[in-house]
Design a protein around this ligand. Sequence first.
Ligand code: GLU
Length: 488
Amino acid sequence: MGASIEPAAVVTRFAPSPTGFLHIGGARTALFNFLFARHHGGRFLLRVEDTDRARSTDAAIEAILDGMRWLEFDWDGDVVYQFSRAARHAEVANTLLASGHAYRCYATPEEWEEMRAAPGAAKQPLRYDGRWRDRDPAEAPAGAPFVIRLKAPRDGETMIEDRVQGRVTVRNGELDDMILLRSDGTPTYMLAVVVDDHDMGVTHVIRGDDHLNNAFRQLALIRALGWPEPVYAHIPLIHGADGAKLSKRHGALGVDAYRDELGMLPEAVDNYLLRLGWGHGDQEIISRDEAVELFDLDGVGRSPARFDLKKLESVNAHYLRVADDARLAALVLPRLESSLGRPLPTDSLPMLQGIIPELKPRSKTLNELSNGSAFLFRTRPLTLDERAAKLLEGEGRRLLELVRHALADVPAWEAATLDAAVRALAEAQSVGLGKIAQPVRAALTGQTTSPGIFDVLLALGREESMGRIDDLLAPVPAGAAEDDTGTM
Ligand code: GLU
């Protein structure tokens, strides 16, 4: 391409307000902007809208950037911080003042009272009546505070050809002259968005449809400035499974909670979010590369998508199955450490990795992988859960004793020899393999579910396996049992 100075044909941006975590709706907006830009070979920019100084926090900024990195929404260039551009915003407001597209408004609290008391006013949200719009600035009380307002069109209507919502029209008479600069000289949000989008070269504004009303005001401002108009795409918000707007009750958590608490993989969250409001036939599993290739605004639906945790889990289960075992082991290890409440020895990682292929097909989340592998790292003697303890009564205990003898004699601790020894025993006792596996599993894991019994024996190794079995066969001296902190 060379050192072209052509502006990119497509520039999108994600513009979160750092007043809380990166929630699932925001993440989906970011994803759509990211994919649209990548699909068109354009640029995807990130702007932190931190102009609300009272509500913006550094912790929220960190959480948002962290979430963006985790989901691999790689933005181009540096993050733009809106607050740092306040002087530029004010400059634009003053340009509009100079060109007659904006005016100083000196309305006092008393005048607002008058507007509030006007006939019919009580029934509607309070609107500015434009009383300083055409007034001679010379009438202004000397030294009185003022705001700068946009002289917006009053007649006719404004139409937006929204790429998702279709054609949307508003009568201009419904919009009052919005404030651009407050009396303390600070820019309003509406001004800041328009100026930043312009200066960043944004061509496509893709955001939640809660901003559709703002688009009409922003367009009036863009037109007053004579700037190019962006393409708008207002995407429907996400609803809960019950159809109501997504709230905390529905699991409207920060994306960090999907990672840390729910144990999701980022590619699963990406894939699920993509399908939430965008479709390509009924294909559910779509890789990042495919998504870049296929994504366009035409596939974005007009009705709100419903968030379904079960579906996310099933997508996650798919990505777990295809994920690399070493990567999964590294993700599971810290979870195990925190659920066991202690650091694990350095050789735990290969041990864990060895059992992952057995656990993957039956796990939906990293938490399940962690729970499923916890038996490996329990400390002897194991605390049995109730059902496991039951399996070791009477006949179960008798079989375990026989297994102990059979295993003690195996020449090598290998799948084939272990298998042969246990099979021979089953035959000699005329019982099914499953019957024998039950008490062995209970003794080795403390539970009634685990990977296949031979995988468990191999993963634990001879010494640990025999030790765990012996613990159960030999009566434990009083007071020697250590409480097991593992959670299952
Ligand atoms: N900062 C706004 C928000 O977080 C987004 C504004 C926009 O996308 O234009 O809802």
